[in-house]
Design a protein around this ligand. Structure first.
Ligand code: LR7
Ligand code: MN
Length: 586
């Protein structure tokens, strides 16, 4: 599914970014022998999973017993310092089954102490940063729908233990109408007895989705700064002050920490030990997804220090800090966005276009469990990411929406609801255009049909077109050919950039030389490097596509729909003539 957020370093659609991976240390952990039938607990859990629980109340004594039972599973010191853990084989097998429900290793999570220490993943320079005595205080808003108990509780402990008392005004837990039994009376009891006064629980009367859940949290908050977190996070030492300091300096800065990966299987808190200064910033794809990319050299230069605020065109969405009043001034959220997706790009574009800034604060780091799927339901099975994105595209992207709808023509014919309030907001705040955003905030973003030599379908005389053959989710793939579609669709959309790249959004065509007969040199799509060389192509006067490094031409002789493409010695044969839909330069 494309409806998930990726770790920095993962491949998405056509974007490939490689982040350094920390080494893995695995420990095999047997169950605590004092547990009463550890496997039974989870087998029960597996069986009862799909039941919806009526909320029932228990006595304090009964709640204490439940909590004690949970605590009996915890193995002191396990996972401390973020070390990876491997379960013994019997439990590991059950954990695998539970993965399919929960999307992470719940058995292991339940064994790791709620207050385990995270490693200090920061750039060593961070230890020398100085912060003001009087910083604004924070309300931390943690929203959840059917989150598992241990990651949720661990998130709360992590925030409390990791934040200076006087700067943490409150933690607001927003329950987006979970139906799991453990999140009913037991959670209330736990909060009342373990975190009196500091943690507040807001229950939503109906399932609202993460956008409206965050809005409810923001309404309940009273601190100077709002900090939103997902319900499966762990913070790193001194994560809070760098965020508050920057907001004190610049009230309109919206801030994200560096997001580290908590492994969904081993609970390793992973980060690069050899390159703690490395991180990526946020981009987007024309199909409407969040991506990561490396800090461009211009930004490296502008920010002056590797631990200074680093501008980011977009944010992942779940973990960010914003001045509480500014949150409302700048239009909070689009209240009509449902469940999951799109709100992150909406806020990113809006903040930049309406005069604020979006920045990564390198000395603030927070870990997040990346799950492979959503362990909760999407009411009505709606494609909320698609619909939410169409809403933001209509409001913020001006004519560039054409590139989104090229990927999602289906969304042109569906009801996305009323967007007039959001358009009014844009008017009222006198926000700049998307073109301004692209030129000034994200000039690295390749625009498929602007500032290029040619774009569209690339067709030969047999009506076959260059086509990614649905291979584009790989970081590297062989380019193919397919019967031309009647309309210009994403799989046949190519551009010839100003510098001669034969490319798609992120990937460029290269020649892969075959060293032995029959010398069928393939054409491979690979991450664009921007250095011309093997990725430079020219259209010749007789409409050949000539690879500049090899001098070979795109060839379609004897190819049929669905074949891989190749290059051959240039000839004037019609099988080497290619017609672009749109030539901007002749
Ligand atoms: O209906 C819902 N109601 C909720 O309260 C659906 C979800 N939620 C809660 C959920 O329990 C969780 O705490 O909302 C939070 C986010 O949901 P996840 O964890 O399923 O989302 P994600 O981590 O896969 O997705 C990322 O993109 C989303 C786009 O809508 C949100 O902005 C998420 O907050 C965001 N997560 C992050 O940015 C964490 C870091 C990811 C990276 C990099
Ligand atoms: Mn999440």
């Amino acid at each position: 599914s494309t409806n998930k957020i990726l770790k920095s370093g993962q491949v998405f659609e056509e974007s490939l970014q490689i982040g350094p991976q920390g080494p893995k240390i695995l420990k095999v952990i047997k169950s605590n022998p004092s547990h009463s039938s550890p496997l039974k607990r989870y087998t029960n859990m597996l069986e009862k999973y799909n039941e919806s629980f009526a909320s029932k109340s228990y006595t304090s004594e009964e709640y204490e017993n439940m909590i004690q039972e949970d605590e009996a599973y915890i193995i002191p010191g396990l996972g401390d310092g973020g070390v990876a853990v491997e379960l013994d084989s019997e439990e590991a097998a059950l954990a695998q089954k539970l993965m399919k429900k929960e999307a992470f290793n719940i058995i292991l999570s339940d064994k790791i102490p709620y207050n385990r220490k995270t490693p200090d993943s920061r750039n060593p320079l961070c230890k020398r940063r100085k912060y003001d005595e009087d910083l604004p205080n924070a309300s931390v808003v943690i929203i959840f729908n059917n989150e598992a108990w241990s990651p949720l509780i661990r998130t709360v402990y992590s925030v409390i233990n990791g934040s200076p008392k006087h700067l943490l005004k409150e933690i607001i837990l927003v329950d987006d109408k979970s139906d799991r039994a453990v999140l009913q009376g037991k959670l209330e009891y736990y909060i009342r007895t373990r975190f009196p006064s500091l943690v507040r629980l807001v229950r939503l009367p109906e399932r609202s989705g993460l956008i409206r859940a965050r809005l409810a949290g923001a309404r309940a908050a009273t601190g100077d700064v709002l900090i939103f977190l997902d319900s499966h996070c762990e913070v790193v030492e001194d994560w809070l002050r760098p965020l508050l300091q920057r907001i004190k300096e610049k009230r309109t800065a919206v801030l994200v920490p560096i997001i580290d990966v908590i492994d969904d299987q081993t609970f390793e808190y992973s980060y690069s030990k050899s390159a703690p200064e490395f991180f990526q910033i946020g981009g987007f794809t024309w199909s409407g997804h969040f991506t990561w990319f490396n800090i461009p050299p211009e930004e490296e230069k502008r920010r002056q220090s590797p631990v200074a605020p680093t501008r980011s065109p977009t944010m992942a969405g779940g973990l960010f800090a914003i001045d509480r009043n500014y949150f409302w001034e700048i239009g909070s959220y689009d209240e009509q966005m449902d469940v999951w997706g799109g709100e992150n790009l909406e806020m990113s574009f809006r903040v930049w276009q309406c005069g604020g800034s979006l920045e990564t604060i390198p000395c603030s780091r927070v870990g997040h469990i990346f799950r492979d799927f959503h362990p909760y339901k999407f009411p009505g099975g709606k494609d909320t990411h698609g619909i939410n994105t169409a809403r933001l595209v209509e409001v913020w992207m001006d004519s560039y929406k054409r590139l989104f709808y090229m990927h999602r023509p289906d969304l042109l014919n569906i009801d996305i609801g009323d967007i007039s309030d959001r358009k009014e907001l844009r008017e009222r705040l006198k926000c700049k255009s998307f073109k301004w955003y692209l030129e000034n905030i994200y000039p690295q973003k390749f625009i498929l049909d602007e500032n290029v030599q040619a774009y569209g379908r690339v067709r030969n005389n047999l009506n076959l077109c260059l086509d990614h053959l649905q291979r584009s989710s790989k970081s590297q793939y062989d380019l193919g050919i397919y019967s031309c579609h009647t309309a210009l669709t994403a799989s046949q959309y190519f551009s010839l950039s100003k510098t001669g790249e034969l490319r798609r959004e992120e990937n460029c065509a290269e020649v892969q030389r075959e060293k032995s007969p029959p010398y069928q040199h393939k054409v491979v799509m690979y991450k664009c490097h921007g250095l011309r060389g093997n990725q430079e192509w020219k259209i010749s006067p007789v409409k050949q596509m000539v690879n500049q490094q090899t001098g070979l031409c795109l060839e379609s002789a004897s190819l049929t729909s669905g074949s891989d493409l190749y290059v051959a010695a240039c000839s004037e044969s019609s099988s080497q003539q290619w017609h672009w839909d749109h030539m901007l330069i002749t």
